[in-house]
Structures are given as structure tokens and as C-alpha cells.
Design a protein around this ligand. Structure first.
Ligand SMILES: O=C(O)CCC(=O)C(=O)O
Ligand SMILES: [Fe+2]
Length: 362
């Protein structure tokens, strides 16, 4: 049975708004190793590093869509708990990263300052790869669902990695072996919730970021995600990514740019309040972030098309994935901004403010 999505229960995304020119790829076709679809995947990852993945018609994909709906119900329930309860699972008490996190949304209601919230649940806790961190009973009870969701998202990510390594001309399993599911990594499921708030350009700018892992699988139900277009020779503009029922949004993170010497792109994006009739609603998203294994050094791989890429003159400090994630999360390292086929490094500090008053808690 096809999954029942809930987008139609919400006000529509404004039809007149400019939206991002994302291609839509079919998971079922990629599972079937259809070569035209595989080539489109490689192209999308070289162009924008963002695409829709249509999950319908794939048993794995439809299961993920259904589970994303179930997890969306769970996250709303979790975020409806009192701040004092959630604060017990905060980053100051549990972990600097894999914890409940918040920042002021700059809005008051009933004498209370509303929060932009997120909750990061580590893949290794779910899969038994480590001693799990303390978590709320609601999360503990949902662990079979969370574990299954993480495993399914990883199956999609592994499929994408295997297509990409083939196109890059890398030896088989070059990328897969940096992302083994039973090895410790920063992979996690993230719940996010933002209360209604007015659009504020400077706040939106502070939330601009690239993801710093490998591949991200994102579900959202309301508009608000924006990416910046990358026109040849131009500066680009912010455009909305419209949620599509039955599809997830996939984007590449900085690790893929580093591994491939800039062949693959991690596009800059941000989250602003939902547009049009959707404004005034609380916005949730559900994100699965994959990252290289903790011990993997984030550097350009050797082989295939990567060897033909220009070598950067000033080679950057080499850090392990674990340190990179920690330092990015603490705002200690800048992101990679890819533009017009080249690599452009934003000065330190340009993306890091998102930790202060983020529209999205990165
Ligand atoms: O909420 C969204 O739609 C995107 C979230 C995001 O970009 C992130 O958490 O890194
Ligand atoms: Fe992101």
C-alpha cells in the first residue's frame, strides 16, 4: 500500500513563489541500476548537490516515507513537552552535539520566550554500537522505529554512494568503506521544530550553512527551506525548495566535496519561516545526517576523476571526521561553499553565527 502522507492536511505552498530547480530522481530506478538515472544522479551531485528522491514505487522508499510520517508525529509529541523536561536532555547535560538543543526564536507567547528546537539522536546509540546516551522515555520507547528508520536511510545512502563511486571511477567500495554502518560515526536522526516567527533577513543569514557530513536525507512538510541558485558567472538568489509528498530532499555535505576535490557540491542553504498561507504554523523537519566514520581523515581521495582535479595550493589542515564534526558544531571551522564548479572558502566566522541565534540549529 502506498504510504499516506500528511502534506494535504496543511495549507498549500504558495504556487506563485519561485522554487529551486531541483531534479527529481527515482529511488526505484537507482535500485534497478538504470544507467540513465544513475547518470542524472551524478550530474545533480556535480551541479547543485541537491535533488528530490522520489521514494514511491520502491518498497524501501515507501517504508521510509511512512516511517518519516510516524516520526513526525513523535517529534511533535516530544517538542510539546515542557521546556524543563526537555532541558534534562540538553547539550549541557548529555552531550555537546547528540542532545536536545535550542535557541531563542525571538518570539514571546504567554510570557514565555519561544524556542527554535532540535534533538539529535545518534545512529550508534540506536544500533547498539556504543553505550547509549540518556534519553527521554518517549524516545527510548520509539527506538525500534528510530533504529529501523536509521537503517533504511543508511541503505539509501549506501546505494547513492555506490552509484557515485562508480561514476567517479573509484575502486569499488571506496566511499562505502568510509561509511560502514557498524562503525562509529556522527550519523544521526534530527528532529527540528520552529514556532511561527516573522521573516528576518539578518536572522536568515545567520542560519546559512552547508551540511558538514556526507549525504543528508530530509523530510519537511511546510516550505521554508531555501537554497541559493548557482548561475554561471552570477551571484545567485535564494529560492524555496517546495516539499513534495512521497519524495525526500537529498543533499550532499562538505565531506563529499573534500573527498572528491570539489567534483561533487555541497550547496549552501537555510531555513526561513514558511511562506504565504503556511506562515503562522509551527514547522517541523526530520533529517538523517550521514557522516564519514569517526577515524576517517577528511581529505581528497586518490583515483579516477579526482586525480584530474586541480590541486589546491594551500592544503588545509587534515582532521578526522570526529574532530571535524565537533569543531564545526562548536563553530571552530568554516564551511565549504561551492560555486560555479570551483571551491570557494568562506572566511572563518561567516557561517558560524548560526550557533548563536539560528533559524535552524545546525
Ligand atoms: O528544516 C529543513 O528543511 C532543513 C534543515 C537543515 O538544513 C539542517 O538541519 O541542516
Ligand atoms: Fe542543512
Amino acid at each position: 500500500m502506498p504510504p499516506s502522507t500528511s502534506h494535504h492536511t496543511l495549507p498549500p505552498f504558495p504556487p506563485e513563489l519561485a522554487t529551486a530547480p531541483l531534479v527529481s530522481l527515482s529511488l526505484a530506478k537507482l535500485e534497478g541500476s538504470e544507467s540513465a538515472e544513475s547518470t542524472r544522479l551524478f550530474q545533480a551531485c556535480k551541479d547543485l548537490g541537491f535533488f528530490y528522491l522520489d521514494m514511491l514505487g520502491s518498497s524501501l522508499g515507501e517504508t521510509i516515507v511512512q516511517q518519516a510520517e510516524d516520526l513526525n508525529k513523535l517529534q511533535k509529541e516530544f517538542f510539546s513537552l515542557d521546556y524543563a523536561v526537555k532541558d534534562q536532555y540538553g547539550r549541557d547535560k548529555i552531550d555537546p552535539f547528540f542532545a536536545y538543543r535550542f535557541a531563542s526564536a525571538g518570539v514571546m507567547r504567554d510570557g514565555k520566550e519561544l524556542r527554535n528546537e532540535s534533538y539529535n539522536i545518534r545512529k550508534d546509540d540506536l544500533l547498539g554500537n556504543c553505550e547509549p546516551l540518556p534519553r527521554h522515555s518517549m524516545i527510548a520507547e520509539a527506538e525500534p522505529l528510530l533504529r529501523s528508520y536509521a537503517t533504511h536511510c543508511r541503505a539509501v545512502i549506501d546505494l547513492l554512494l555506490s552509484h557515485l563511486e562508480a561514476h567517479l571511477g573509484l575502486p569499488s567500495a571506496s566511499l562505502l568503506n568510509l561509511h560502514r554502518i557498524d562503525h562509529r560515526s556522527g550519523d544521526h536522526v534530527r528532529f527540528t521544530q520552529n514556532p511561527p516567527q516573522n521573516f528576518d533577513e539578518s536572522r536568515a543569514e545567520r542560519g546559512e550553512h552547508t551540511d558538514f557530513g556526507s549525504i543528508t536525507i530530509l523530510f519537511n512538510w511546510l516550505g521554508g527551506l531555501q537554497i541559493r541558485t548557482q548561475p554561471e558567472g552570477g551571484v545567485g538568489e535564494w529560492v524555496y525548495v517546495k516539499p513534495v509528498p512521497g519524495s525526500c530532499i537529498v543533499n550532499l555535505g562538505d565531506a563529499m566535496v573534500k573527498f572528491t576535490g570539489g567534483i561533487l557540491k555541497s550547496n549552501i542553504h537555510r531555513v526561513v519561516p514558511p511562506p504565504g498561507q503556511q506562515s503562522g504554523l509551527t514547522r517541523n523537519s526530520l533529517v538523517f545526517f550521514s557522516r564519514p566514520e569517526d577515524e576517517v581523515v577528511l581529505k581528497r581521495l586518490k583515483g579516477g576523476l579526482i586525480d584530474a582535479q586541480p590541486v589546491e595550493e594551500e592544503s588545509e589542515e587534515q582532521v578526522t571526521s570526529k574532530d571535524w564534526v565537533l569543531r564545526r558544531a562548536m563553530g571552530d571551522l568554516h564551511g565549504i561553499f561551492t560555486h560555479n564548479g570551483g571551491l570557494e572558502r568562506k572566511p572563518h566566522g561567516e557561517y558560524v553565527d548560526s550557533r548563536v541565534t539560528p533559524a535552524v540549529v545546525v
